[in-house]
Design a binder for this molecule. Sequence first.
Ligand code: XMP
Length: 515
Amino acid sequence: MADPEEAVLILDFGSQYAQLIARRVRELKVFSKIVPHTISPEDIIREAPKGIILSGGPASVWAPGAPAPNPHLFDLPQPILGICYGMQLMGRMLGGGVSKAAHREFGKAQVVVDDPDSLFDGLPREMTSWMSHGDYVTKLPPGFKAIAHTENTPIAAMADPAARRFGLQFHPEVVHTRRGTEILRNFLYKVCRCGGDWSAGRFIETSVDEIRKSVQESRVVLGLSGGVDSSVTALLVHRAVGKQLIPIFVDTGLLRKGEREEVVKTFKGHFRMPLKVVAAEGRFLKALKGVVDPEEKRKRIGRLFIACFEEEARKVKGAAFLAQGTLYPDVIESHSPFGGPSATIKTHHNVGGLPKRMRFKLVEPLRFLFKDEVRQIGRKLGLPEGILNRHPFPGPGLAIRILGSVTRERLDLLREADHRFIEELRGSGWYSKVWQAFAVLLPVRSVGVMGDERTYENVAALRAVVSTDGMTADWARLPADLIERVSNRIVNEVRGINRVVVDVTSKPPGTIEWE
Ligand code: XMP
Protein backbone atom coordinates (compact mmCIF):
# COMPACT_ATOMS: atom_id res chain seq x y z
CA MET A 1 0.00 0.00 0.00
CA ALA A 2 1.04 3.58 -0.63
CA ASP A 3 3.98 3.00 -2.90
CA PRO A 4 5.17 6.39 -4.02
CA GLU A 5 5.74 6.81 -7.75
CA GLU A 6 9.48 6.88 -7.38
CA ALA A 7 11.33 4.01 -5.76
CA VAL A 8 14.69 2.33 -5.57
CA LEU A 9 14.81 -1.42 -5.11
CA ILE A 10 17.31 -3.02 -2.78
CA LEU A 11 18.05 -6.67 -3.46
CA ASP A 12 18.62 -8.37 -0.13
CA PHE A 13 21.69 -10.58 0.22
CA GLY A 14 21.84 -10.27 4.04
CA SER A 15 19.12 -8.48 5.96
CA GLN A 16 21.17 -6.25 8.29
CA TYR A 17 22.90 -4.45 5.46
CA ALA A 18 19.79 -4.22 3.34
CA GLN A 19 17.82 -2.52 6.11
CA LEU A 20 20.53 0.00 6.73
CA ILE A 21 20.73 0.88 3.03
CA ALA A 22 16.95 1.24 2.89
CA ARG A 23 17.09 3.68 5.78
CA ARG A 24 19.81 5.80 4.28
CA VAL A 25 18.02 5.99 0.94
CA ARG A 26 14.82 7.10 2.63
CA GLU A 27 16.70 9.66 4.67
CA LEU A 28 17.75 11.03 1.29
CA LYS A 29 14.02 11.38 0.50
CA VAL A 30 13.82 8.54 -1.99
CA PHE A 31 11.43 5.70 -1.23
CA SER A 32 13.23 2.37 -1.04
CA LYS A 33 11.94 -1.14 -0.90
CA ILE A 34 13.83 -4.26 0.08
CA VAL A 35 13.06 -7.24 -2.14
CA PRO A 36 14.38 -10.81 -2.06
CA HIS A 37 17.48 -11.26 -4.20
CA THR A 38 15.60 -13.92 -6.15
CA ILE A 39 13.16 -11.36 -7.60
CA SER A 40 12.54 -11.96 -11.31
CA PRO A 41 13.39 -9.32 -13.92
CA GLU A 42 9.68 -9.24 -14.85
CA ASP A 43 8.77 -8.29 -11.29
CA ILE A 44 11.42 -5.60 -11.32
CA ILE A 45 10.01 -4.23 -14.56
CA ARG A 46 6.57 -4.15 -12.95
CA GLU A 47 7.95 -2.17 -10.01
CA ALA A 48 9.60 0.27 -12.45
CA PRO A 49 12.29 1.44 -10.02
CA LYS A 50 14.54 4.41 -10.72
CA GLY A 51 17.54 2.36 -9.64
CA ILE A 52 18.64 -0.92 -8.12
CA ILE A 53 21.03 -1.54 -5.23
CA LEU A 54 22.57 -4.93 -4.54
CA SER A 55 23.22 -5.15 -0.80
CA GLY A 56 26.17 -6.60 1.01
CA GLY A 57 25.85 -9.97 2.64
CA PRO A 58 27.68 -12.41 4.84
CA ALA A 59 28.40 -15.06 2.19
CA SER A 60 31.40 -15.48 -0.09
CA VAL A 61 30.49 -15.44 -3.79
CA TRP A 62 32.43 -18.70 -4.00
CA ALA A 63 30.53 -20.48 -1.24
CA PRO A 64 28.32 -23.33 -2.47
CA GLY A 65 24.76 -22.03 -2.77
CA ALA A 66 25.85 -18.40 -2.34
CA PRO A 67 22.83 -16.18 -3.04
CA ALA A 68 22.86 -14.77 -6.57
CA PRO A 69 20.32 -12.73 -8.54
CA ASN A 70 18.77 -13.71 -11.86
CA PRO A 71 21.53 -12.97 -14.44
CA HIS A 72 19.04 -11.09 -16.66
CA LEU A 73 19.00 -8.45 -13.94
CA PHE A 74 22.01 -6.96 -15.69
CA ASP A 75 20.06 -6.63 -18.97
CA LEU A 76 17.67 -4.11 -17.38
CA PRO A 77 18.13 -0.45 -18.27
CA GLN A 78 18.07 0.81 -14.66
CA PRO A 79 21.28 1.96 -12.96
CA ILE A 80 22.71 -0.66 -10.59
CA LEU A 81 24.93 -0.12 -7.56
CA GLY A 82 26.53 -3.20 -6.02
CA ILE A 83 27.79 -2.81 -2.46
CA CYS A 84 30.48 -5.18 -1.13
CA TYR A 85 29.00 -8.64 -1.82
CA GLY A 86 26.84 -6.89 -4.44
CA MET A 87 29.97 -5.60 -6.17
CA GLN A 88 31.63 -9.00 -6.07
CA LEU A 89 28.54 -10.52 -7.66
CA MET A 90 28.75 -7.95 -10.44
CA GLY A 91 32.44 -8.75 -10.85
CA ARG A 92 31.71 -12.43 -11.11
CA MET A 93 28.53 -12.33 -13.18
CA LEU A 94 29.68 -9.67 -15.65
CA GLY A 95 32.91 -11.43 -16.60
CA GLY A 96 35.49 -9.98 -14.22
CA GLY A 97 37.60 -11.80 -11.65
CA VAL A 98 36.92 -12.20 -7.93
CA SER A 99 39.42 -13.72 -5.51
CA LYS A 100 39.56 -14.62 -1.89
CA ALA A 101 41.75 -12.16 0.00
CA ALA A 102 44.69 -13.65 1.90
CA HIS A 103 43.36 -11.85 4.98
CA ARG A 104 39.81 -10.75 5.62
CA GLU A 105 39.82 -6.98 5.49
CA PHE A 106 37.76 -5.59 8.33
CA GLY A 107 37.58 -2.06 9.68
CA LYS A 108 38.50 1.41 8.56
CA ALA A 109 40.46 1.99 5.37
CA GLN A 110 41.49 5.12 3.47
CA VAL A 111 39.85 5.17 0.07
CA VAL A 112 41.65 7.14 -2.63
CA VAL A 113 39.43 8.32 -5.47
CA ASP A 114 40.88 7.77 -8.95
CA ASP A 115 37.93 9.12 -10.90
CA PRO A 116 35.93 11.94 -9.30
CA ASP A 117 33.00 11.71 -11.74
CA SER A 118 29.48 10.52 -10.90
CA LEU A 119 29.61 8.58 -7.59
CA PHE A 120 32.44 10.61 -6.08
CA ASP A 121 31.38 13.96 -7.53
CA GLY A 122 32.07 16.79 -5.08
CA LEU A 123 33.88 14.53 -2.61
CA PRO A 124 37.48 14.77 -1.40
CA ARG A 125 40.16 12.64 -3.02
CA GLU A 126 40.69 10.66 0.15
CA MET A 127 38.16 9.51 2.68
CA THR A 128 37.71 7.04 5.51
CA SER A 129 35.57 4.07 4.65
CA TRP A 130 34.39 0.89 6.33
CA MET A 131 35.46 -2.40 4.85
CA SER A 132 34.29 -5.87 5.78
CA HIS A 133 35.04 -8.49 3.18
CA GLY A 134 36.88 -11.69 2.42
CA ASP A 135 36.55 -11.60 -1.39
CA TYR A 136 37.50 -8.78 -3.70
CA VAL A 137 37.36 -7.93 -7.39
CA THR A 138 40.78 -8.58 -8.90
CA LYS A 139 39.90 -8.17 -12.58
CA LEU A 140 37.47 -5.62 -13.95
CA PRO A 141 34.56 -6.89 -16.03
CA PRO A 142 34.60 -5.64 -19.67
CA GLY A 143 33.54 -1.99 -19.92
CA PHE A 144 34.43 -1.20 -16.31
CA LYS A 145 37.17 1.00 -14.90
CA ALA A 146 38.53 1.24 -11.37
CA ILE A 147 37.39 4.51 -9.78
CA ALA A 148 38.97 4.16 -6.30
CA HIS A 149 41.55 2.07 -4.45
CA THR A 150 42.86 1.50 -0.93
CA GLU A 151 46.25 0.34 0.22
CA ASN A 152 45.18 -3.32 0.15
CA THR A 153 42.44 -3.20 -2.47
CA PRO A 154 43.38 -2.00 -5.95
CA ILE A 155 39.74 -1.98 -7.05
CA ALA A 156 37.86 -0.48 -4.10
CA ALA A 157 35.23 0.94 -6.46
CA MET A 158 34.45 0.32 -10.12
CA ALA A 159 32.18 1.81 -12.74
CA ASP A 160 30.82 1.31 -16.21
CA PRO A 161 29.36 4.81 -16.55
CA ALA A 162 27.83 4.22 -19.98
CA ALA A 163 25.83 1.23 -18.73
CA ARG A 164 25.31 2.95 -15.35
CA ARG A 165 26.75 0.03 -13.39
CA PHE A 166 28.71 0.79 -10.20
CA GLY A 167 30.39 -1.25 -7.50
CA LEU A 168 31.68 -0.26 -4.06
CA GLN A 169 33.85 -2.61 -2.06
CA PHE A 170 33.23 -0.60 1.11
CA HIS A 171 29.94 0.15 2.87
CA PRO A 172 28.57 3.64 2.19
CA GLU A 173 25.56 2.94 4.42
CA VAL A 174 27.46 2.66 7.72
CA VAL A 175 28.36 5.75 9.72
CA HIS A 176 32.07 4.86 9.75
CA THR A 177 32.19 5.65 6.04
CA ARG A 178 32.33 9.39 6.57
CA ARG A 179 31.06 10.56 3.18
CA GLY A 180 28.92 7.47 2.53
CA THR A 181 25.65 9.39 2.47
CA GLU A 182 27.00 11.71 -0.20
CA ILE A 183 28.06 8.75 -2.32
CA LEU A 184 24.55 7.34 -2.07
CA ARG A 185 23.12 10.78 -2.80
CA ASN A 186 25.19 10.95 -5.97
CA PHE A 187 23.92 7.55 -7.04
CA LEU A 188 20.29 8.48 -6.37
CA TYR A 189 20.25 11.98 -7.75
CA LYS A 190 23.05 12.15 -10.34
CA VAL A 191 22.92 8.62 -11.69
CA CYS A 192 19.30 7.52 -11.15
CA ARG A 193 17.95 11.07 -11.50
CA CYS A 194 15.52 10.70 -8.62
CA GLY A 195 13.33 13.67 -7.72
CA GLY A 196 13.28 13.03 -3.95
CA ASP A 197 9.57 13.08 -3.15
CA TRP A 198 9.61 10.78 -0.12
CA SER A 199 8.50 12.49 3.09
CA ALA A 200 6.06 11.98 5.93
CA GLY A 201 3.59 14.46 4.44
CA ARG A 202 3.71 12.83 1.05
CA PHE A 203 3.33 9.39 2.58
CA ILE A 204 0.18 10.48 4.40
CA GLU A 205 -1.37 11.86 1.22
CA THR A 206 -0.72 8.78 -0.89
CA SER A 207 -1.73 6.28 1.74
CA VAL A 208 -4.95 8.13 2.59
CA ASP A 209 -5.82 8.00 -1.12
CA GLU A 210 -5.10 4.30 -1.32
CA ILE A 211 -7.03 3.43 1.82
CA ARG A 212 -10.06 5.31 0.47
CA LYS A 213 -9.86 3.51 -2.83
CA SER A 214 -9.64 0.06 -1.35
CA VAL A 215 -12.03 0.43 1.57
CA GLN A 216 -14.75 2.42 -0.19
CA GLU A 217 -18.02 2.18 1.78
CA SER A 218 -17.00 -0.71 4.07
CA ARG A 219 -16.20 -0.44 7.72
CA VAL A 220 -12.79 -1.17 9.14
CA VAL A 221 -12.02 -2.66 12.55
CA LEU A 222 -8.71 -2.22 14.31
CA GLY A 223 -7.24 -3.53 17.55
CA LEU A 224 -6.04 -0.40 19.29
CA SER A 225 -3.50 -1.04 22.03
CA GLY A 226 -2.43 2.51 22.73
CA GLY A 227 1.06 1.74 21.41
CA VAL A 228 2.62 3.78 18.62
CA ASP A 229 1.98 1.40 15.72
CA SER A 230 -1.71 0.76 16.24
CA SER A 231 -2.27 4.43 17.18
CA VAL A 232 -0.66 5.74 13.99
CA THR A 233 -2.54 3.16 11.92
CA ALA A 234 -5.79 4.33 13.52
CA LEU A 235 -5.06 7.97 12.74
CA LEU A 236 -4.20 7.25 9.14
CA VAL A 237 -7.24 5.09 8.47
CA HIS A 238 -9.42 7.58 10.34
CA ARG A 239 -8.13 10.39 8.18
CA ALA A 240 -8.98 8.33 5.12
CA VAL A 241 -12.44 6.99 5.97
CA GLY A 242 -13.47 8.82 9.15
CA LYS A 243 -16.13 7.07 11.21
CA GLN A 244 -16.06 3.98 9.04
CA LEU A 245 -13.11 3.03 11.24
CA ILE A 246 -14.14 1.33 14.46
CA PRO A 247 -11.14 0.94 16.77
CA ILE A 248 -11.54 -1.72 19.43
CA PHE A 249 -9.63 -1.42 22.68
CA VAL A 250 -9.59 -4.51 24.87
CA ASP A 251 -9.07 -3.57 28.50
CA THR A 252 -7.48 -6.75 29.80
CA GLY A 253 -7.08 -5.33 33.29
CA LEU A 254 -3.37 -6.01 32.79
CA LEU A 255 -2.58 -2.45 31.73
CA ARG A 256 -0.52 0.24 33.35
CA LYS A 257 -2.02 2.92 35.56
CA GLY A 258 -4.15 5.39 33.62
CA GLU A 259 -3.68 3.63 30.30
CA ARG A 260 -7.31 2.99 29.46
CA GLU A 261 -8.24 6.55 30.41
CA GLU A 262 -5.53 7.96 28.20
CA VAL A 263 -6.58 5.88 25.20
CA VAL A 264 -10.23 6.88 25.67
CA LYS A 265 -9.34 10.54 26.14
CA THR A 266 -7.09 10.61 23.08
CA PHE A 267 -9.04 8.60 20.55
CA LYS A 268 -12.64 9.06 21.62
CA GLY A 269 -12.26 12.53 23.11
CA HIS A 270 -9.62 14.29 21.07
CA PHE A 271 -9.85 12.49 17.74
CA ARG A 272 -13.59 11.73 18.02
CA MET A 273 -13.33 8.14 16.88
CA PRO A 274 -16.20 5.71 17.60
CA LEU A 275 -13.93 3.75 19.92
CA LYS A 276 -15.26 0.56 21.44
CA VAL A 277 -13.86 -0.41 24.80
CA VAL A 278 -14.19 -4.03 25.85
CA ALA A 279 -14.03 -4.22 29.62
CA ALA A 280 -12.61 -7.71 30.06
CA GLU A 281 -10.66 -7.54 33.30
CA GLY A 282 -12.89 -10.09 34.99
CA ARG A 283 -12.46 -12.63 32.19
CA PHE A 284 -8.70 -12.23 32.15
CA LEU A 285 -8.38 -12.57 35.91
CA LYS A 286 -10.49 -15.69 35.79
CA ALA A 287 -8.39 -17.19 33.00
CA LEU A 288 -5.21 -16.42 34.92
CA LYS A 289 -6.38 -17.62 38.31
CA GLY A 290 -3.67 -19.72 39.96
CA VAL A 291 -1.51 -19.78 36.78
CA VAL A 292 2.18 -19.43 37.60
CA ASP A 293 3.94 -20.73 34.50
CA PRO A 294 4.99 -17.81 32.24
CA GLU A 295 4.27 -19.57 28.94
CA GLU A 296 0.89 -20.72 30.17
CA LYS A 297 0.06 -17.12 31.16
CA ARG A 298 1.07 -15.92 27.71
CA LYS A 299 -1.00 -18.57 25.94
CA ARG A 300 -4.14 -17.96 27.94
CA ILE A 301 -3.90 -14.21 27.52
CA GLY A 302 -3.27 -14.51 23.76
CA ARG A 303 -6.26 -16.77 23.25
CA LEU A 304 -8.61 -14.71 25.34
CA PHE A 305 -7.49 -11.49 23.71
CA ILE A 306 -8.37 -12.84 20.29
CA ALA A 307 -11.71 -14.09 21.55
CA CYS A 308 -12.60 -10.70 23.05
CA PHE A 309 -11.57 -8.87 19.91
CA GLU A 310 -13.49 -11.25 17.66
CA GLU A 311 -16.68 -10.99 19.68
CA GLU A 312 -16.59 -7.23 19.45
CA ALA A 313 -15.58 -7.14 15.79
CA ARG A 314 -18.48 -9.41 14.84
CA LYS A 315 -20.89 -6.84 16.25
CA VAL A 316 -19.63 -4.23 13.79
CA LYS A 317 -22.03 -4.39 10.84
CA GLY A 318 -20.50 -4.13 7.39
CA ALA A 319 -16.93 -4.58 8.62
CA ALA A 320 -14.92 -6.06 5.77
CA PHE A 321 -11.45 -4.80 6.63
CA LEU A 322 -9.02 -5.25 9.49
CA ALA A 323 -6.38 -2.55 9.90
CA GLN A 324 -3.09 -3.59 11.44
CA GLY A 325 0.05 -1.72 12.43
CA THR A 326 2.47 -4.17 10.83
CA LEU A 327 5.85 -2.51 10.28
CA TYR A 328 8.45 -3.07 7.62
CA PRO A 329 10.94 -5.00 9.76
CA ASP A 330 8.17 -7.55 10.52
CA VAL A 331 7.45 -7.86 6.81
CA ILE A 332 11.09 -8.25 5.85
CA GLU A 333 11.75 -10.72 8.60
CA SER A 334 9.03 -13.01 7.43
CA HIS A 335 10.39 -12.92 3.86
CA SER A 336 14.11 -12.70 4.39
CA PRO A 337 16.15 -15.78 3.53
CA PHE A 338 18.17 -15.05 6.66
CA GLY A 339 15.12 -14.25 8.92
CA GLY A 340 15.95 -12.62 12.24
CA PRO A 341 15.32 -14.04 15.68
CA SER A 342 13.05 -11.16 16.62
CA ALA A 343 10.23 -12.83 14.70
CA THR A 344 9.82 -15.33 17.51
CA ILE A 345 9.55 -12.64 20.17
CA LYS A 346 6.45 -11.21 18.61
CA THR A 347 4.48 -14.34 17.91
CA HIS A 348 3.11 -14.49 21.43
CA HIS A 349 0.49 -11.93 21.24
CA ASN A 350 -0.44 -10.12 18.14
CA VAL A 351 -3.77 -9.63 16.46
CA GLY A 352 -1.99 -11.26 13.50
CA GLY A 353 -3.77 -14.56 14.07
CA LEU A 354 -7.13 -12.99 13.32
CA PRO A 355 -7.55 -12.42 9.62
CA LYS A 356 -7.54 -16.03 8.44
CA ARG A 357 -10.34 -17.00 10.76
CA MET A 358 -12.38 -13.88 10.31
CA ARG A 359 -11.99 -13.45 6.56
CA PHE A 360 -11.18 -9.78 6.78
CA LYS A 361 -9.25 -8.04 4.10
CA LEU A 362 -6.15 -6.43 5.55
CA VAL A 363 -5.26 -2.76 5.62
CA GLU A 364 -1.62 -2.35 6.63
CA PRO A 365 -0.62 1.20 5.77
CA LEU A 366 2.66 1.06 7.71
CA ARG A 367 3.99 -2.09 6.12
CA PHE A 368 6.80 -0.29 4.33
CA LEU A 369 7.86 1.90 7.24
CA PHE A 370 10.49 1.74 9.94
CA LYS A 371 9.66 2.66 13.53
CA ASP A 372 11.22 6.12 13.39
CA GLU A 373 9.27 6.88 10.22
CA VAL A 374 6.07 5.77 11.94
CA ARG A 375 6.84 8.24 14.73
CA GLN A 376 7.37 11.05 12.22
CA ILE A 377 4.04 10.29 10.60
CA GLY A 378 2.31 10.06 13.97
CA ARG A 379 3.72 13.44 14.91
CA LYS A 380 2.47 14.93 11.67
CA LEU A 381 -0.98 13.46 12.30
CA GLY A 382 -1.06 15.10 15.72
CA LEU A 383 -0.55 12.07 17.94
CA PRO A 384 0.34 13.36 21.45
CA GLU A 385 4.00 13.01 22.47
CA GLY A 386 2.96 10.86 25.41
CA ILE A 387 1.89 8.10 23.02
CA LEU A 388 4.54 8.77 20.37
CA ASN A 389 7.47 8.23 22.67
CA ARG A 390 6.01 5.50 24.82
CA HIS A 391 8.19 2.60 25.82
CA PRO A 392 7.24 -0.74 24.25
CA PHE A 393 4.72 -2.68 26.29
CA PRO A 394 4.24 -6.42 25.83
CA GLY A 395 0.87 -7.82 24.79
CA PRO A 396 0.48 -9.92 27.97
CA GLY A 397 0.99 -6.73 29.94
CA LEU A 398 1.56 -6.68 33.67
CA ALA A 399 0.75 -10.39 33.94
CA ILE A 400 4.32 -11.22 32.91
CA ARG A 401 5.70 -8.64 35.34
CA ILE A 402 3.98 -10.25 38.31
CA LEU A 403 5.92 -13.37 39.12
CA GLY A 404 3.63 -16.04 40.43
CA SER A 405 -0.14 -15.85 40.22
CA VAL A 406 -1.89 -12.72 39.05
CA THR A 407 -4.61 -11.16 41.20
CA ARG A 408 -6.37 -7.83 41.19
CA GLU A 409 -4.57 -6.83 44.40
CA ARG A 410 -1.14 -7.65 42.99
CA LEU A 411 -1.95 -5.83 39.76
CA ASP A 412 -2.88 -2.74 41.73
CA LEU A 413 0.31 -2.94 43.77
CA LEU A 414 2.44 -3.23 40.66
CA ARG A 415 0.55 -0.44 38.87
CA GLU A 416 1.19 1.94 41.74
CA ALA A 417 4.88 1.07 42.02
CA ASP A 418 5.41 1.21 38.25
CA HIS A 419 3.63 4.55 38.02
CA ARG A 420 5.98 6.13 40.54
CA PHE A 421 9.03 4.79 38.75
CA ILE A 422 7.82 6.16 35.41
CA GLU A 423 6.87 9.52 36.93
CA GLU A 424 10.35 9.96 38.36
CA LEU A 425 11.96 8.92 35.07
CA ARG A 426 9.91 11.46 33.18
CA GLY A 427 10.61 14.16 35.72
CA SER A 428 14.35 13.62 35.54
CA GLY A 429 14.55 13.38 31.75
CA TRP A 430 15.59 9.71 31.90
CA TYR A 431 12.42 8.30 30.36
CA SER A 432 13.50 9.14 26.83
CA LYS A 433 17.08 8.00 27.43
CA VAL A 434 16.13 4.39 28.09
CA TRP A 435 14.54 1.88 25.74
CA GLN A 436 12.19 0.55 28.36
CA ALA A 437 11.68 0.84 32.11
CA PHE A 438 9.18 -0.75 34.44
CA ALA A 439 8.64 -2.30 37.83
CA VAL A 440 8.31 -6.02 38.49
CA LEU A 441 6.50 -7.57 41.46
CA LEU A 442 8.39 -10.47 42.97
CA PRO A 443 6.82 -13.53 44.61
CA VAL A 444 8.69 -13.07 47.88
CA ARG A 445 8.14 -11.11 51.05
CA SER A 446 10.78 -9.55 53.20
CA VAL A 447 10.97 -7.97 56.63
CA GLY A 448 11.22 -4.23 57.12
CA VAL A 449 10.52 -1.56 59.68
CA MET A 450 8.10 1.36 59.27
CA GLY A 451 8.03 3.79 62.16
CA ASP A 452 8.27 1.48 65.12
CA GLU A 453 6.54 -1.39 63.48
CA ARG A 454 7.84 -4.52 61.87
CA THR A 455 6.56 -5.07 58.31
CA TYR A 456 6.51 -8.24 56.25
CA GLU A 457 5.67 -7.22 52.70
CA ASN A 458 6.34 -7.52 48.97
CA VAL A 459 9.49 -6.72 47.01
CA ALA A 460 9.49 -4.70 43.77
CA ALA A 461 12.34 -4.80 41.24
CA LEU A 462 13.18 -1.88 38.97
CA ARG A 463 14.08 -2.84 35.41
CA ALA A 464 15.49 -0.22 33.02
CA VAL A 465 17.43 -1.06 29.87
CA VAL A 466 19.12 0.68 26.99
CA SER A 467 18.78 -0.94 23.59
CA THR A 468 18.34 -0.05 19.94
CA ASP A 469 15.93 -2.78 18.93
CA GLY A 470 15.08 -4.85 22.01
CA MET A 471 17.08 -7.78 20.64
CA THR A 472 20.04 -7.11 22.88
CA ALA A 473 20.03 -4.75 25.84
CA ASP A 474 22.20 -3.45 28.60
CA TRP A 475 20.93 -2.43 32.04
CA ALA A 476 20.60 1.34 32.27
CA ARG A 477 23.04 3.10 34.57
CA LEU A 478 20.42 5.29 36.27
CA PRO A 479 21.82 7.84 38.72
CA ALA A 480 21.87 6.66 42.32
CA ASP A 481 19.88 9.64 43.58
CA LEU A 482 17.13 8.90 41.06
CA ILE A 483 16.96 5.27 42.19
CA GLU A 484 16.89 6.50 45.76
CA ARG A 485 13.92 8.80 45.07
CA VAL A 486 12.02 6.01 43.32
CA SER A 487 12.74 3.56 46.10
CA ASN A 488 11.67 6.03 48.81
CA ARG A 489 8.49 6.90 47.02
CA ILE A 490 7.51 3.29 46.41
CA VAL A 491 8.19 2.15 49.95
CA ASN A 492 6.53 5.20 51.52
CA GLU A 493 3.57 5.59 49.20
CA VAL A 494 2.69 2.09 48.08
CA ARG A 495 1.23 0.11 50.93
CA GLY A 496 2.23 -3.51 50.58
CA ILE A 497 5.74 -3.00 49.21
CA ASN A 498 8.54 -2.52 51.71
CA ARG A 499 11.66 -3.22 49.65
CA VAL A 500 12.98 -2.18 46.23
CA VAL A 501 15.79 -3.87 44.32
CA VAL A 502 17.41 -3.04 40.97
CA ASP A 503 17.84 -5.54 38.12
CA VAL A 504 21.37 -5.29 36.68
CA THR A 505 21.16 -8.11 34.13
CA SER A 506 21.94 -7.55 30.45
CA LYS A 507 20.31 -9.31 27.52
CA PRO A 508 21.67 -11.82 26.77
CA PRO A 509 21.86 -13.74 29.04
CA GLY A 510 18.78 -12.17 30.65
CA THR A 511 15.68 -11.04 28.77
CA ILE A 512 14.12 -7.63 29.17
CA GLU A 513 10.89 -8.94 30.66
CA TRP A 514 11.09 -11.28 33.62
CA GLU A 515 8.71 -13.86 32.19
P1 XMP B 1 12.38 -9.88 25.99
O1 XMP B 1 11.74 -10.00 27.33
O2 XMP B 1 12.16 -11.10 25.13
O3 XMP B 1 11.60 -8.70 25.25
O4 XMP B 1 13.81 -9.47 26.07
C1 XMP B 1 12.05 -8.03 24.09
C2 XMP B 1 11.05 -6.94 23.77
O5 XMP B 1 9.81 -7.51 23.37
C3 XMP B 1 8.77 -7.11 24.26
N1 XMP B 1 7.90 -8.27 24.46
C4 XMP B 1 6.72 -8.44 23.83
N2 XMP B 1 6.07 -7.66 22.95
N3 XMP B 1 4.31 -9.21 22.90
C5 XMP B 1 4.86 -8.06 22.49
O6 XMP B 1 4.23 -7.36 21.68
C6 XMP B 1 4.90 -10.05 23.78
O7 XMP B 1 4.37 -11.09 24.12
C7 XMP B 1 6.17 -9.64 24.26
N4 XMP B 1 7.05 -10.19 25.13
C8 XMP B 1 8.11 -9.33 25.23
C9 XMP B 1 9.47 -6.67 25.51
O8 XMP B 1 8.69 -5.76 26.28
C10 XMP B 1 10.73 -6.06 24.95
O9 XMP B 1 10.49 -4.74 24.47
